[in-house]
Design a protein around this ligand. Sequence first.
Ligand code: PHE
Length: 346
Amino acid sequence: MTRLVFFASAKMKREIEDLLKVAKEYEIETSSDLENFRIKFLVKKGLINQLLQVFKNLNGDEKKRWGKEFNETKISIEQLYIDAEVKLRKKEISEVIHDDLPGYFNEMGSRHPISAALEEMTAIFERLGFSVAEGPEIEDDWHNFSALNFPDNHPARDMQDTFFVEDEIALRTHTSSVQVRLMETGQKPIRSIMPGRVYRNEAISARSNCFFHQIEGLYIDKGVSFSDLKQTLYNFVQEFFGPNTKVRFRASYFPFTEPSAEMDIFLGTETESDYRLTKGTGWLEILGCGMVDSNVLENCNINSKEYSGFAFGLGVDRIAMLKYGVKDLRTFFNGDKRFLDQFISL
Ligand code: PHE
């Protein structure tokens, strides 16, 4: 009996050692090698379970003696399988990734052409002594209309033109609302520009949008005259469009200025886009302006006998179209990267 056990025991030791050796030396290069390894060692009829049968024939003491070693061998072989699988998967992934190819670069963003035009215009007015102010885009009726001398039944208040948020609160339809806010602060003199986005309930087309950008200008002091207004705007046009740019003033009407005018610059009709932009006249309207109406001054607690001033409101988007040769206003705002990438140098 003792001899038999001894033999069984010696056999067990040898078989455990052999099994581990064979498993360790097994070469796994491909997925099918891996599968063959699994079939050879790990399945129900595989070598590990065959050794388990030998183990089962041992008596109690011998089982105690070899149990631990048998289990560790089993775990080692399973681990060999897991390691080989991980290695194979990594190899497969690296073959797909091609780490010798150049990586993806984080591309530089660019300034939006409208922002670039706004900044360039702002810089010119700053050189002329204007400071920059801002106001809210959601505005109350007082700042957008009433203080600016719009009669109660004025068509500009109509639902057709204005996006109302609630009764008496709307998206500002022009940056003139910021004029009122500035005058209400009581500071004088005022010499400011107010760039920003404005909203109007208009049909969207190549030439008009339901929102656009303006630069408002306001100069309030003692003895400000219409010639100050003209000179300021001449200076701006010469700096922005070039020294030989022709301009004209046309008499116009705004509730908040008296007298009022619109200013056009001459583009001519030689190119197709100039023809289109100017509707065949050669002239492009770029701003509205005038002397601040005395009612507006009084609404903002400024003594109109003592102070006078001028204001203007410049349309930025149309000027940016002109400057960058953009034919359709909508392309500024549809977020197409191919369009925006053209302005990367701005
Ligand atoms: N707010 C006017 C508009 O949007 C422009 C303007 C501004 C006119 C200041 C006169 C003075 O059309």
